[in-house]
Design a binder for this molecule. Structure first.
Ligand code: ZN
Length: 161
């Protein structure tokens, strides 16, 4: 069976940056299962997987525009420490969920200057070329329920409680 829209696909993956450092990997874990054609994974990876089948192994380099986007300096801003009520200590590297016009957004503290906290709203992998090593481990038909929900159920996918 070939990978196409509305198939459930399981992959093992290792993601490295251009320096060869591993950023993320499914090694030692269940393969990642996703529903193809629903934007559940980044666009460039979904495109590279289309037409592949079980047992295929390949590498693909994905440009930022097909990954997590280019970095946008306007998404770096400083906010007063008083905006972080209930947080005792703030240091670079901490991440917070922030409400934005586009919904919940992950922001990272990149600096602390006195009572000003410098926040970066860019995705941590924005601006990076993403190098994936992929092995396709399973391709199956999606269930009606999975198609209705737009995501995979069961091992490697969503679990509803
Ligand atoms: Zn569901």
């Amino acid at each position: 069976m070939q990978i196409a829209n509305e198939k459930v696909v399981s992959i093992h993956y290792t993601l490295t940056n251009d320096a060869g450092e591993i950023l993320d990997s499914s090694e030692g874990q269940e393969p990642l299962a996703y529903l193809h054609g629903f934007g559940n994974i980044i666009a460039g990876l979904e495109r590279a997987l289309t037409g592949r089948s079980v047992g295929d192994k390949f590498t693909v380099a994905i440009a930022p525009t097909d990954g997590y986007g280019e970095r946008d300096d306007e998404m770096v801003q400083s906010v007063p420490r008083s905006a972080f009520q209930g947080v005792d200590e703030i240091h670079p590297g901490m991440q917070f969920q922030a409400q934005s016009p586009e919904g919940m957004q992950l922001v990272t503290v990149i600096g602390v200057e006195g009572d000003e906290i410098i926040l970066d709203g860019n995705h941590p992998m924005a601006g990076m070329t993403l190098n994936f090593a992929i092995e396709v481990t399973e391709v199956r038909e999606a269930t009606r329920e999975e198609l209705d929900h737009g995501h995979v159920h069961g091992p490697g996918g969503h679990h509803h409680h």
